[in-house]
Design a protein around this ligand. Structure first.
Ligand code: C2E
Ligand code: MG
Ligand code: MG
Ligand code: MG
Length: 291
């Protein structure tokens, strides 16, 4: 501790933040390269529909395998892409890759709705809807194959621009989801005027659902409110069977989480999807005992 206090005196912390800054500059530069080379890829994580008892949607999550630094998680570079103006390029790359994968999957008889994360920065440029509609047309894909996930803060930034983009997507039949719901400052009633279809309860309320009475109360009432507003409610971060059972009891519409599947590359996901049967969840007696 003494050593630590001393190093603070001589400004090691500042040096540390310089290093951090340099690394960020490097990452921004490398991300531009990554976009043109083969370093970025999409992983896929299913959402199980509890009413239809099958996987109906899959969320695409970006993965960056840096040739020297190894795997870099999205939380470490999405923010940088936003700040450096790379987001429109990155989002277009993601949407193009995901829709191309959807076409590939269809040729194998796998028909799923693709959920793509977009950022507030994508709602600041009005050309994203045109880009997406053009792509869907070129690929001969229906707009019902796409749902866009964005956080509360992205949609609540209260700009006419963002609202008009959301309305445009909505009128084209592209669905919209509010991601990480409950972590921002908006209320559901503020959101009722937005063309939103799906509400994803943030996983911070779901991860310990099996043990936390508080989380159970929050999640149950959020599901109820979401339903009263006509929204489909999804829980992310389902990591065990007990949380699944509770969510099912609360009437949650869709589940997503490591308990069902971690995000996987396209090939592994397809293999998983072809073997997965939700009914197996209910086949064994021991499961219902676990509540
Ligand atoms: P998100 O959209 O809320 O995605 C959920 C994150 O939780 C993912 O992390 C996923 O791998 C992880 N996750 C899923 N199930 C579980 C679980 O049961 N337990 C735990 N502990 N974690 C789980 P990931 O892939 O690292 O992505 C982090 C965030 O980065 C995403 O949060 C999203 O905001 C952003 N992101 C990822 N891919 C993209 C992308 O293509 N475009 C944009 N704009 N953002 C992206
Ligand atoms: Mg998401
Ligand atoms: Mg989320
Ligand atoms: Mg998130």
């Amino acid at each position: 501790n003494q050593a630590k206090a001393k190093s603070q005196d001589i400004g090691v912390y500042e040096t540390g933040s310089d290093e951090k800054h340099l690394k960020q500059i490097r990452l921004v530069n490398d991300l531009k390269i990554a976009l043109t080379e083969d370093q970025l890829t999409m992983f896929y994580q299913p959402k199980v529909d509890l009413h239809e008892k099958r996987v109906t949607q899959v969320e695409a999550l970006i993965r960056w395998f840096h040739p020297e630094l190894g795997f870099i998680p999205p939380d470490e570079f999405i923010g940088l892409a936003e700040q450096s103006g790379l987001m429109p390029t990155l989002s277009r790359w993601v949407i193009r890759r995901v829709l191309n994968d959807a076409v590939q999957w269809q040729s194998e008889g796998v028909d799923l709705i693709m959920a793509v994360n977009i950022s507030a920065y994508d709602l600041a440029h009005d050309d994203l809807p045109d880009y997406v509609m053009r792509l869907l047309k070129d690929l001969k894909l229906s707009s019902r194959h796409l749902i866009l996930e964005m956080t509360e803060s992205a949609v609540m930034q209260d700009s006419n621009q963002a609202l008009s983009i959301l309305n445009r997507f909505n009128s084209e039949g592209i669905k919209l989801a509010i991601d990480d719901y409950g972590t921002g400052y908006s209320s559901l009633s503020q959101m009722k005027s937005l063309p939103v279809d799906e509400l994803k309860i943030d996983m911070s309320f779901v991860l310990n659902l099996d043990e936390s009475k508080e989380d159970q109360a929050i999640v149950q009432s959020t599901i109820e409110m979401g339903h009263n507003l006509g929204l489909t409610v999804v829980a992310e971060g389902v990591e065990n069977r007990k949380s699944w059972s509770l969510l099912e009891r609360y009437g949650c519409d869709k589940l997503q989480g490591y308990y069902i599947s971690k995000p996987q590359n396209s090939q592994n996901f397809l293999q998983w999807f072809k073997e997965y049967d939700v009914n197996n969840e209910y086949a064994s007696e021991s499961h219902s005992d676990s509540l």
